[in-house]
Write a protein that binds this ligand. Structure first.
Ligand code: HEM
Ligand SMILES: *[C@@H]1O[C@H](CO)[C@@H](O)[C@H](O)[C@H]1NC(C)=O
Ligand SMILES: CC(=O)N[C@H]1CO[C@H](CO)[C@@H](O)[C@@H]1O
Length: 318
């Protein structure tokens, strides 16, 4: 493991940051920012373990809609229906939002850090932390994002991939954000964590004829957990260890046990299958690829002091 960390950090040193982002953006204003966020996240997770997956998904949805600018955090008001109220927020778990709000409160309690750290950077740090906490790779984050000045439900439309999307649709969603097929395969590995609503797989498990690659044993298991008339609020793990970050995601795809069609297609399509096979057999290669792709995702649509600011409240514009 230490060797892996060394390799990752050497690689990152060479491949440092892009644009205005840097590793030590807050060195002058709030040098302890990463410890403060980490403590707040540790505390939040002790109360609610589902925070882990909630934060990771929040980061993805934030970055894919108008860039990583915390626009996903904004609460709707009378005059504005914000991003989080688009149906595609797909029930982003409230604990993810709450974790960021708490980390911000912890920062604001330290005089020199008060209103110095952007909410977008808090999400970025918190996401790295939750991944590390559940056994994923530890990596250095790039900081210096500003918070966005707009957030509308309308702007979410069509920006997020859907679980029923085919291969070309999926790759085009990632390409629009400057992400490659390799990035897409690596980032989809995030589905090693967390849960999904039964309602998102009902169609798939009760109409399996359309997807011959689905593992029959797995279909039986899913049907037992998610009967046709299941309570729409019911959620189930997307793999058998939804609280651990590992490369099981790829091993499951090899066995026809991808949770969504958008997961399984990575194994059925010849363009991505070799990479799935590689990462199923080599967890270190997956971890390295995942870190690189997370950093790339974190560079999407970065706001500067010209088109962004540092929010005093992550859930409202200044
Ligand atoms: C490739 C296209 C993707 C599709 C179609 C997709 C779709 C979904 C859907 C439908 C859910 C279940 C939502 C629910 O029922 O509550 C989900 C959960 C989740 N997704 Fe994705 N996703 C994709 C990529 C990603 C990426 C790139 C990440 C992060 C890097 C990610 C992280 C997560 C996490 C962590 C959860 C679990 C959330 C929780 O437990 O609260 N997903 N995804
Ligand atoms: C289906 O899943 C079972 C148990 O999870 C596994 O033993 C089996 O090898 C899988 N079948 C295929 C075709 O991969
Ligand atoms: C967490 C959150 O804000 N979820 C919202 C997602 O959008 C639906 C409406 O589409 C709201 O009902 C949820 O409260």
């Amino acid at each position: 493991m230490n060797v892996l960390l060394l390799i990752i950090s050497l690689f990152l040193t060479i491949n440092l940051s892009s644009g205005q982002l840097s590793r030590n953006f807050y060195a002058g204003s709030c040098p302890d920012v990463e410890h403060i966020v980490r403590n707040a996240i540790d505390q939040k997770i002790q109360h609610s373990a589902i925070t882990v997956a909630a934060v990771l998904r929040l980061y993805f949805h934030d970055c894919f809609v108008n860039g990583c600018d915390a626009s996903v955090m904004i609460s709707s008001t009378k005059g504005n229906k914000a991003e989080k109220d688009h149906p595609d927020n797909l029930s982003l778990a409230g604990d993810g939002f709450d974790a960021i709000v708490r980390a911000k409160q912890a920062l604001d309690a330290v005089p020199n850090c008060r209103n110095k750290v952007s909410c977008a950077d808090i999400i970025t740090i918190a996401t790295r932390d939750v991944i590390t906490i559940v056994g994923g790779p530890k990596y250095e984050v790039e900081l210096g994002r500003f918070d966005g000045l707009s957030s509308t439900a309308a702007s979410v439309q069509g920006k997020l991939p859907q679980p029923t999307d085919d291969f070309n649709k999926l790759t085009s969603h990632f390409a629009k954000n400057g992400l490659t097929l390799n990035d897409m395969i690596a980032l989809s590995g995030a589905h090693t964590l967390g849960v999904a609503h039964c309602t998102t797989v009902l169609d798939r498990i009760y109409n399996v004829k359309e997807e011959p690659r689905m593992n029959a044993t797995y279909v039986t298991q899913l049907k037992a957990l998610c009967p046709r008339d299941v309570d729409p609020r019911k959620v189930i793990g997307m793999d058998s260890s939804p609280g651990n970050f590992e490369n099981d995601y790829y091993k499951n795809l090899q066995q026809g046990k991808g949770f969504f069609k958008s997961d399984q297609v990575l194994y059925t399509d010849r363009r991505s299958k070799p990479t799935v096979d590689l990462w199923a057999s080599n967890g270190q290669a997956f971890s390295q690829a995942f870190v690189q792709s997370m950093l790339k995702l974190g560079r999407v649509g970065i706001k500067t002091s010209r088109d962004g600011n540092i929010r005093r409240n992550c859930e409202a514009f200044n």
